[in-house]
Design a protein around this ligand. Structure first.
Ligand SMILES: [Zn+2]
Ligand SMILES: [Zn+2]
Ligand SMILES: [Zn+2]
Length: 530
């Protein structure tokens, strides 16, 4: 829900801030350019006493909004009841979830769960309905209303067992016997190599057929992009799992989870700190960047994670993240200036509100440096993931950002030999072309030769990732593919294959095969048989 306001991406927001601070940058430019490390950049602002005092007084003036209030919970629940009576079940459900996030007393919590179970029942989410009924009873649902809830439990149990076959999204799992001994999330068909031209990169250690799975990776960290999602109250902030009966953080109204397990894990690892600054972040500048929260989380994890010296390349360890490229010296200085200025203010906020440095006994200097570095890593390496969920009546999409350390080892090609898709936040990488033993495996960071022309692709790759692509499509300047989706039918595909077969000089080798095989793989994935 965006209230019809324009939703800005982080890149657009940053551009607006750059314009806003331009006069200040021009004044500081020569001094700032002398700072070559992230710690020095942060200190450039943090050593300006007047600036620090100004930010501190701004923080003091912010009145964090009330996060738990039975009065507010009851108001929202009643609004939910109106929507429910109007048969707007989904709107009712969201209002009940918001009511839950404000509810303070057991009574208010239990009634909100009870009411939400009704909306879930009518939406056909019987399993979720039963879970909410249990939660309502656990929180001491009023006895005077219990009869209704017992009846709903009976009806939902029956409906649940009577329902037609449910299509569950299947996630591929690498069989034990095919696991890669040196890369945690990979199949035993790739390896990491390094050279001067490509840095560390992924190479096939045997011939790989089209459609074969190369890796099943889980992110080190995710960030739900609430503003970009169609429904921010329907996703778990910890695992991005889609969920119609999320449970709120016990302290704030800004984090929701699929289960008590995810809530406890997030709270233990980072949310207990994040929760303390969330009410201030947006108000300090009137904007909130995803990469601030992401960076705070990751910096906290970096400080607290247990050391593990295993030689295997692990997706669940900070060490791999710490080796990712941030391009801090390749970014335009003006962009770095604004990013640092804002980060320094957030750093003051963290110091004021979390008292983190006493607890961890960490050096502030290290924290400052990492806090900025992780934002740079995030800008370069975070992957946007979108997934669709629902039943036959309701569906919705989530946009989240995730950081996968293995994904970041794949180099880019505009004509890649692998592709990826996600289920929840699990990423599956497959071959989109046959890959010979010893060949490098490429992924696309976004631009494909078929959709964008060479100039557009090169401009984007240079701006975001600071490199010039030398893939075959770029070297040979392949033309963009233009067709309207409506014309893609069997006849059309047959014609394409015929044309490609007739004109051997035009298509890149493997193209015909990959077209046919690609369709087969897509079909098998959609059919759930792969
Ligand atoms: Zn979860
Ligand atoms: Zn919270
Ligand atoms: Zn290219």
């Amino acid at each position: 829900m965006t209230d019809g306001k324009k939703v800005y991406t982080d890149t657009e927001l940053l551009e607006l801030q750059i314009q806003r601070y331009r006069p200040r940058y021009l004044k500081d430019e020569s001094e700032f350019k002398k700072c070559t490390t992230n710690a020095a950049r942060m200190n450039f602002f943090l050593n300006q006493e007047e600036e620090v005092a100004h930010i501190k007084s701004k923080i003091q003036q912010i009145k964090p909004h009330v996060t738990k209030s039975d009065v507010k919970a009851s108001e929202l629940r009643k609004l939910g009841n109106v929507q429910f009576q109007n048969k707007s079940d989904k709107d009712a459900l969201i209002l009940y979830t918001q009511s839950l996030s404000f509810a303070k007393s057991d009574e208010e919590v239990s009634v909100a769960y009870g009411n939400r179970s009704a909306a879930l029942f009518y939406m056909g989410f019987y399993e979720e309905c039963l879970a909410d009924i249990d939660r309502a009873f656990r929180h001491g649902y009023p006895e005077s209303l219990s009869a209704k809830l017992f009846k709903r439990k009976k009806d939902a149990t029956k409906a649940y067992s009577d329902r037609k076959k449910v299509v569950k999204v299947k996630t591929y799992e690498i069989p034990q016997s095919e696991m890669n001994p040196s890369i945690q999330s990979a199949r035993n068909c790739i390896e990491i190599q390094a050279n001067e031209k490509y840095g560390r990169h992924i190479v096939a250690s045997r011939d790989i057929a089209i459609g074969e799975v190369l890796a099943v990776d889980n992110p080190y960290l995710v960030e739900l992009q609430a503003d970009m999602s169609s429904d921010p109250f329907l996703f778990c902030c910890e695992c991005l799992k889609h969920c119609y009966n999320v449970i709120p953080c016990l302290n704030c109204n800004e984090a929701y989870y699929c289960t008590e397990i995810c809530r406890a894990k997030a709270f233990q690892n980072y949310h207990k700190y994040e929760c303390l600054i969330l009410p201030y972040v947006g108000q300090l500048f009137g904007i909130k960047f995803d990469f601030w929260l992401f960076s705070l989380k990751i910096t906290l994890l970096a400080m607290t994670e247990e050391k593990n010296d295993e030689t295997m390349y692990r997706s669940d360890r900070y060490k791999e993240i710490s080796e990712l490229e941030g391009h801090s010296n390749a970014d335009p200085p003006e962009q770095t200036y604004v990013l640092t200025l804002l980060s320094a203010s957030i750093f003051i906020l963290i110091k004021e509100k979390i008292k983190i440095f006493k607890e961890f006994e960490v050096f502030e200097e290290k924290f400052k440096e990492l806090f900025l570095y992780h934002q740079q890593v995030f800008k370069v390496n975070a992957v946007t993931i979108v997934s669709w969920h629902g039943n036959d009546k309701f569906y919705t999409s989530v946009t989240g950002l995730a950081l996968y350390s293995l994904y970041s080892l794949f180099n880019h090609s505009c004509y890649p030999n692998t592709f990826w898709n996600t289920s929840g936040s699990t990423m599956v990488v497959r071959a989109s072309l046959p890959i010979k033993k010893g060949e490098q495996c490429f992924i696309s960071y976004g631009p494909y030769f078929a959709y964008d022309n060479k100039t557009e692709r090169q401009e984007r790759l240079q701006r975001l990732y600071r490199f010039t692509c030398e893939c075959r499509a770029c070297q040979e300047n392949w033309p963009k593919v233009t067709f309207s989706p409506a014309s893609v039918d069997c006849k059309f595909i047959k014609q394409v294959i015929k044309k490609l077969t007739e004109n051997q000089a035009l298509p890149p080798p493997g193209y015909i095969l990959s077209l046919r095989k690609g369709l087969e793989v897509a079909y098998r994935i959609l059919d759930g048989t792969s």
